[in-house]
Every structure is written in structure tokens, then in C-alpha cells.
Design a binder for this molecule. Structure first.
Ligand code: E4P
Length: 218
């Protein structure tokens, strides 16, 4: 499973990159706003900075909701850097835009996926990734991870190459559950990734090793 970090915060992106396990970055307009990035030029420059920090795919979301606007923005974003993947919402215009962009060999990430049907349409249109939002489904008393299982199964049934990018991950256990479900990618907050390291027996064991070493060597 590939690990993406789900943030526009450069310090966190650098920290995940320094760990040596990072495969890419996802952003969205809310994450950009959280970092105070405003104005089209600043937003585009921020994407370019992220591309310099990481080696993998960087999702950059279109703001337009009309078809012409989406393809214009999508082409502009894709021209910024070869690592950019154009993020498009799963609307009627979005599906048409994904079809157009994939026909131009521009990679896309279809976002705001909450059902198998939406994922199937996005895949048919040629999306590189589909992003089911598992945390937001959990928030509505619906099992988000179950949707990952179902989309992975459905894509496997037909040999669909679109990758399942589990998004809206809220905690460390979500990452493990997505790996169990066969997600191709999990995009995660940094603290959820770092949580994978935690185990009290590791802390206790290391403490004991150090204490035994120090008994003889100090
Ligand atoms: C990533 O592609 C999504 O935009 C993001 O994971 C949404 O996460 P949230 O539901 O925590 O806002």
C-alpha cells in the first residue's frame, strides 16, 4: 500500500518525506485554506513547492464546477509539474472532465466518493485514482472501510486499473483497516502515520536493552 500525506503543511510534508516512506501528497481547498494559502498564484506556487519536496504524486484540486472551467484548470494544474494529479469532484461535469483529461494523458484523482456507483463511473471515465472518504462516512454511522472493501472487490472483478485511494483517514487504525481491505493508497494525516510506530512493548523492550547495556558499559 502506498502512503500519501493528506495536508498542505510544508513542515509535515517534509517530516513524512524524511521518514523515507512517503509516496505522495493529497491536498484540497480546505487544507490549502488551513495553511493560509490564498490567491491563484500563491496556490500554484505552493503546489510547485510541494512537488520539490516529494518524489511522488501530488493531488491538486480544481475549483471550477463547470465542465469548461474544470478542463481549463485541470490542464493548467497538470502543466505545473509532471507529479501533479488533477483532483476532480465526482459530479456529472467532473466525470466528463475526467474523461477529457484522461484522453489527454492527464492523471486524475476523482474525489468526494461515497458510493460504489460513483467509483465505477469515475473508473469508466479513466480516473487514475478514486478517493472514497471513509472518515466522513463513519461520521454518518456508515462503515467507511466497508466501502473500501467493496470498491476493491468490484475493481478486481473487472481488472479495473484505477487505484483505490482511501481518503478522510482519521486515525491509525483506519490505515491498518485500509491495508486489510486492499486499498492501493492511504492518504493520512501525519499523526496517524506516526501512530503506526506506537507499541508499549517496544518502549519497554528498548528501555531494558539500554539499561542492560549501561550496566556493563558505563
Ligand atoms: C483527501 O484527498 C481528502 O480531501 C481528505 O482526506 C478529506 O479528509 P477529511 O474528511 O478529514 O476532511
Amino acid at each position: 500500500m502506498k502512503f500519501f500525506i493528506d495536508t498542505a503543511n510544508l513542515d509535515q510534508i517534509r517530516e513524512a518525506q524524511d521518514l523515507g516512506i512517503l509516496d505522495g501528497v493529497t491536498t484540497n481547498p480546505s487544507l490549502m485554506a488551513k495553511e493560509g494559502i490564498k490567491g491563484d498564484e500563491n496556490i500554484l506556487n505552493h503546489y510547485k513547492t510541494i512537488c520539490k519536496i516529494v518524489d511522488g504524486d501530488v493531488s491538486a484540486e480544481v475549483i471550477a464546477t463547470d465542465y469548461d472551467g474544470m478542463i481549463k484548470e485541470g490542464e493548467e494544474l497538470a502543466a505545473l509539474h509532471e507529479q501533479i494529479v488533477v483532483k476532480v469532484p465526482v459530479t456529472k461535469n467532473g466525470i466528463k472532465a475526467i474523461k477529457y483529461l484522461s484522453g489527454k494523458d492527464i492523471r486524475t484523482n476523482c474525489t468526494l466518493i461515497f458510493s460504489q456507483g460513483q467509483a465505477l463511473l469515475a473508473a469508466k471515465a479513466g480516473a487514475t485514482y478514486v478517493s472514497p472518504f471513509i472518515g466522513r462516512l463513519d461520521d454518518t454511522s456508515t462503515d467507511g472501510v466497508d466501502l473500501i472493501y467493496k470498491i476493491v472487490d468490484m475493481f478486481n472483478n473487472y481488472g479495473i486499473e484505477t487505484q483505490v485511494l482511501a481518503a478522510s483517514i482519521r486515525h491509525t487504525m483506519h490505515i491498518i483497516q485500509c491495508a486489510d481491505a486492499g486499498a492501493d493508497v492511504a492518504t493520512c494525516p501525519l499523526n496517524a502515520i506516526l501512530g503506526l510506530l506506537n507499541h508499549p512493548l517496544t518502549d519497554k523492550g528498548l528501555e531494558q536493552f539500554m539499561a542492560d547495556y549501561n550496566k556493563l558499559n558505563s
